[in-house]
Design a protein around this ligand. Sequence first.
Ligand SMILES: N[C@@H](CCC(=O)N[C@@H](CS)C(=O)NCC(=O)O)C(=O)O
Length: 208
Amino acid sequence: MITVWGGQTSRSIRVVWVLEEMGLPYRMQQVDMLAAEQDPAFLAVNPANYIPAIEDGEVVMVESIAIMEYLMGRYGPTSLAPAPHDPIFPAYQQFLHLGEAGLATLMMPVIVSRFIAPEGERENWGARWSLQSFRKRLKLVSERLANSPYLAGQAFTAADISVTYALNLGQQHCGITLGDVEQAYLARTTGRDAYKRAMERSHAGVNS
Ligand SMILES: N[C@@H](CCC(=O)N[C@@H](CS)C(=O)NCC(=O)O)C(=O)O
């Protein structure tokens, strides 16, 4: 049984969403990233103390996109991950990684500055630069979605799971305004039954 260490509004939603789309059994271990003292059982899994992490038998992994690729490769094939020779593969691969490396990562300086930094350090150059870069890179998503219902093409893939998380993060916590095309896209991706199940499991607030 796969164990997902995650939190209610964290990148673990990407992992749980993949598991739900693929119909794989798993159990959730909730991690409180704001706790004064971290659970030693979690630190044994990820000494770097961030989520998500998974355990699958002997396998222990961190990094949400890497975990998604592991699950789809190990338990696929799945339509979430087009094969390398498929014409949609390059777009799929690009947006799968853009969602974290190009978008969500940029939101971290913004979030810690807004919500955690001391008062006098909230408005800082680095956070403003990150926000501007996010907006610039978002153009790649907007242009793609102007011509295509999903990021890889006509079909929903894991690239959409990756980018949906980033768009939600930007919109909900960093003051990013999304246009009609992106809003309609989010309605399509988050309207999926697997997403709803993933949210329910992630928000249950207990280990399950
Ligand atoms: N690139 C990593 C980022 C992981 C990450 O930043 N996780 C957040 C929660 S969504 C976290 O645990 N932050 C606490 C910390 O880094 O100390 C991934 O995609 O998994």
